[in-house]
Ligand binder design. Sequence first.
Ligand SMILES: [Fe+2]
Ligand SMILES: [Fe+2]
Length: 270
Amino acid sequence: MKILYLADVVGRPGRMMIKHHLKKIKEAYEIDLVIINAENASHGFGISIKNSKELFAMGIDMMTGGNHSWDKKDILPIMDSEPILRPMNYPSSAPGSGVGYLTVGDENLVVINLMGHFTMPMVDNPFTMIVAEVERLKEEGYENIFIDMHAEATSEKRALMAMLKGKVSAICGSHTHIGTDDMEIDEGTFYVTDVGLTGCRDGVIGMSKKEPMARFLTSISSKFDVPNSCKKILQGMIFELEEGKCIDAFKIKAYDYEEAEVSQRAYIEQ
Ligand SMILES: [Fe+2]
Ligand SMILES: [Fe+2]
């Protein structure tokens, strides 16, 4: 199966890029499933019911989240019934689930959303939880497992790869909004530290540059905002899985409304 994953989709500019590009990308690369991280999809903070419906109608199969999963309160009651995940290591009293299941024909894909600790809200230990969860899934016969590791620290993401290499199909990082170029496939596990945002490329992590600049110049914080008009980018990882192993993975990028192009292929360790 071929999966397209977009990390943090930021605000209306991000949604516009999906609306313009997704159908063409799905056809060109024969994509079976589309997963996005939607924690910033509604004006940079959370995902509303209205925007989730729009995105599902554009061809999204599942949404993951992160520390901003809770910012739009209307979504919370439907997180148990819609394919909208939040990190699994939030306390069990939090709405929704961190583990989702998708199918392509007679093949399954398990999608897991996990969150790191550094600079993040207090949550349960992602590492002990995920090791036990992967063991449970394997015992139940699941082969294809994809993890969205939502974390600030590159070391937490890298350590996750060290723990799960050969045991899961793919680990993609999200949260920093900045893409990294360390794509590799090792023992059948695809890994990238962060896919990077889809949205404005000329601000600061998808937001208007005005507030972050003022914050750093004055040490007084104000709320970040998504600009109405900006230069945009779409960044997506496409990875192909066969019997639980990743056999090929590459990144695609689209600048504004130019055609999406392959920017880098994952290095395959022998
Ligand atoms: Fe984000
Ligand atoms: Fe985040």
